[in-house]
Design a protein around this ligand. Structure first.
Ligand SMILES: Cc1cc2nc3c(=O)[nH]c(=O)nc-3n(C[C@H](O)[C@H](O)[C@H](O)COP(=O)(O)OP(=O)(O)OC[C@H]3O[C@@H](n4cnc5c(N)ncnc54)[C@H](O)[C@@H]3O)c2cc1C
Length: 301
């Protein structure tokens, strides 16, 4: 019987592991991917984490994992497929094994929704980005395409208009979910061209993004724009399918929690991008990990 099982070893899970080990809890971390680090593994450069200026996501993930390894945290490279129980919990793994634990910390993150076209995965990290504030600076004085019609897409277009020479904002409809204020702001930028009723058909380039093939979804007319980058801002989704009713989630699947990671189920805690929160970044995930372990300690006592 473990004191704590942490599911996921991204920034939130690794931070929690360090805090749990230092609190002398009997803790195990379960990670389905071959490497720890979560989303940051694929981030070419991280510029906004205090004290680690211009580090690659991979370097950062390696440093985070090394810290946990130095404290001899127990890791299992397995996928969690379910959690059962109430006062104590059985964490079920994809190979059929079960780990018994007094508490569970879910730190399984969130993933950006993909466009779902073949060429998208080919150019990930080579011009295809899901985070304008993270990667916008790489496209200084260049042309980029932003895809989406919500606050994130319009926020990205506004942010990128100050860095890039030209921004195309592509949306499949002519109705936008973004706030009116943001829409008006973006429309006021001369270097932003809004293309309603367009969808991305193909991303073209030799190693790096060079062009984006669009299709007007009513007339079926195709249009190719020269662009060095494409920012996909069509939303994010949490990795929470496996919780299957054991904790409350909002209508998008994010696990409802307090700032201290306390969920609707006593003994189950949550940290990082998978919980309800405003800012999903490395620094907030790392903070969540520490806060959630404080809640775990309080609960165990
Ligand atoms: C392309 C990109 C660039 C970014 N750039 C920046 C940046 O520059 N600065 C910044 O602050 N933030 C950036 N972010 C956001 C940042 O990466 C996230 O906020 C952060 O990684 C969240 O950490 P997390 O631990 O909550 O989740 P994640 O990083 O998503 O980690 C979750 C972990 O859980 C594991 N997992 C999931 N399900 C299971 C399961 N069932 N069983 C076992 N393991 C499981 C996953 O494999 C993963 O390792 C970026 C994100 C992306 C996608």
């Amino acid at each position: 019987m473990k004191d704590l099982v942490i599911i996921g070893s991204g920034p939130a899970g690794l931070s929690a592991a360090v805090y749990a080990k230092r609190a002398k809890l009997d803790v195990a971390v379960i990670e389905k991917a071959p490497f720890s680090g979560g989303q940051i593994i694929n981030t070419e450069q991280v510029d906004n984490y205090l004290g680690m200026y211009r580090t690659s996501g991979f370097e950062m993930a390696t440093a985070f994992r090394a810290h946990a390894d130095a404290l001899e945290v127990e890791f299992l490279n397995k996928e969690v497929v379910g959690i059962e129980g109430n006062q104590t919990f059985a964490v079920k793994l994809s190979n059929g094994d079960v780990i018994e634990t007094k508490t569970v910390l879910i730190a399984t993150g969130a993933k950006y929704k993909n466009l779902g076209i073949d060429s998208e995965s080919k150019f990930k990290g080579a011009g295809v980005s899901y985070c304008a504030t993270c990667d916008g600076a790489f496209f200084r004085k260049k042309t980029v395409v932003v895809v989406g019609g919500g606050n994130v897409a319009f926020g990205d277009a506004h942010y990128l208009s100050k860095i890039c020479e030209k921004v195309y904002l592509v949306h499949r409809r002519d109705v936008y979910r973004a706030s009116k204020h943001l829409i008006d702001l973006v429309k006021s930028h001369e270097n932003v061209e809004i293309l309603p009723f367009y969808e991305v058909k193909e991303i073209i380039g030799d190693g790096m993004v060079e062009q984006v093939r669009l299709i007007q979804n009513q007339t079926k007319e195709e249009k190719i724009v020269d662009a060095s980058g494409i920012f996909v801002a069509i939303g994010m989704e949490p990795v929470s399918e496996f919780v299957n009713g054991i904790v409350d989630t909002d209508n998008r699947g994010y696990i409802i929690a307090t700032e201290n990671g306390v969920t609707s189920t006593p003994g189950i805690f949550v940290a990082g991008d998978v919980r309800t929160k405003e800012v999903r970044q490395i620094v907030t995930a790392v903070s969540d990990g520490a806060n959630a372990v404080a809640s775990v300690q309080e609960y165990l006592q």
